[in-house]
Write a protein that binds this ligand. Structure first.
Ligand SMILES: C[S@@+](CC[C@H](N)C(=O)[O-])C[C@H]1O[C@@H](n2cnc3c(N)ncnc32)[C@H](O)[C@@H]1O
Length: 404
């Protein structure tokens, strides 16, 4: 592979914004890709994937390159040189690159690979927390899987099209996909591609949604005609799936504390042809109180550490803090206590997270069931999805039923 100057420079600029200005990697990459209209799909994927790779391996590469934050341009080029050397890519003789000690880089890589926190490139606290919560063996496998690049999975919008039909349309657009066994609405891309520019996307035939995330709406056991409240709806990934499962019949009230996310949900619902979604911003406790005792189904897709989705969001390794996880657990239990009251007697509720930590998942549910607020509920079933076992995001979902 030959390195192109403008692509390498774009990658270095993106890394500088992510590492030094604390900006989110996905947003920075999105903007960086707008920089040069002449870039083709290979150029764009070089910038996106190399940036994500160096973000993912920041700790390991920093140790090898002996550089620390704040990252000067010189240091970013050193990180880049480590990335290229470990992939067997020849470093060009540009003045930005110092002579690269390839043997030393490979030697240090072998040496550091003996120690998990370097090998898997994670902060000390995260390694300790993973071992404490999951045990050494499971954590070891899980963090390894979470460092793999995530596959691109689509959720077929069955309001508009069948899976087979979409598959054949995408094939005609040059995008090959495979159905995934046991995931009835999913198609996995055989090769990465920008699916958002396809005609099929504009027509609302699919959404991009990880396979594990696609399990949640089905877990809620919805039926056409029900009243469902999706309490932490965000931009509506699962709301749209629920709408499709309900065949547009019944009512879905989608709430969130952020209006901008619900605005995005509205846009997506329009494209998807989902007509039974009513977004409501939670701007006071009244909004939730008004719904008490009204729903057949409640989804709590709770805010969480996001440790199950590190493969698609590797900069969370550096942005996440242990204090954030402690606080979010308190929010999760408050949300459970409050939003469970939205259910009618005999109704069902799913509590879900994209975390793999038992303290955010099964322990959170067990504590709820032990509290006064949970006394009328029983656990019907739960499912822990590990990335190392499924090949998709880490997730947790519990189905609870309220007594009649
Ligand atoms: C895991 S995300 C939701 C993802 C979304 N359900 C989807 O499938 O695309 C959690 C959401 O909870 C929202 N949130 C945080 N605190 C909340 C609260 N107290 N009440 C309702 N929503 C909250 C966040 O804004 C965020 O959108």
């Amino acid at each position: 592979m030959r390195l192109h100057r403008n692509l390498v420079f774009a990658t270095i600029d993106a890394l500088s914004e992510i590492f030094n200005q604390e900006k989110y990697a996905d947003k920075v990459i999105q903007n960086t890709l707008k920089r040069d209209k002449r870039w083709g799909s290979r150029d764009r994927s070089f910038v996106a994937e190399t940036t994500y790779d160096i973000v993912r391996w920041k700790r390991l590469y920093s140790e090898i390159a002996e550089v620390k934050a704040p990252y000067s341009r010189e240091n970013l080029f050193r990180l880049f040189a480590v990335w290229a050397t470990l992939r067997g890519i020849t470093i060009p003789d540009w003045k930005q690159f110092e002579p690269v000690p390839s043997r030393r880089i490979k030697g240090k890589f072998d040496e550091l690979s003996q120690i998990r926190k370097y090998r898997e490139s994670i902060p000390d606290w995260m390694d300790e927390l993973g071992v404490k919560e999951l045990g050494e063996k499971t954590w070891e496998k899980e963090i390894h899987a979470l460092n793999e690049q995530a596959p691109v999975v689509l959720r077929v919008n069955t309001l508009n099209i069948t899976r087979d039909k979409l598959r054949s349309i995408l094939k005609d657009e040059g995008i090959a996909t495979e159905p995934i066994k046991d995931y009835p609405d999913a198609l996995q891309l055989e090769e990465r591609a920008n699916v958002f520019i396809t005609d099929a996307f504009q027509k609302g035939y699919f959404e991009v949604q990880d396979a594990s995330s696609q399990l949640v709406a089905r877990f809620l056991d919805v039926e056409p005609g029900m009243r469902v409240v999706d309490t932490c709806a965000g931009a509506g990934g699962k709301t749209l799936h629920i709408a499709a499962l309900m065949e547009n019949k019944g009512q879905i009230i989608a709430t969130d504390i952020y209006e901008n996310k619900l605005k995005e949900l509205k846009r997506r619902a329009k494209r998807a042809g989902a007509h039974n979604i009513e977004p409501r911003v939670i701007d006071s406790s009244k909004v939730v109180k008004k719904l008490y005792g009204k729903a057949d189904r409640v989804l709590i897709d709770a805010p969480c550490s996001g440790l199950g989705v590190l493969s698609r969001n590797p900069d969370a390794k550096w942005k996440l803090q242990p204090e954030f996880i402690d606080n979010i657990k308190k929010t999760q239990s408050d949300i459970l206590d409050q939003y469970s009251r939205i259910l009618k007697p005999g109704g069902k509720m799913v509590y879900a997270t994209c975390s793999i930590l038992p303290s955010e998942n099964e322990k959170q549910v067990a504590q709820f069931l032990d509290r006064e607020e949970g006394k009328d509920f029983k656990l019907v079933k739960d499912k822990k999805v590990l990335s190392s076992e499924s090949g998709y995001d880490g997730f947790y979902m519990a189905l609870l039923e309220k007594a009649k």
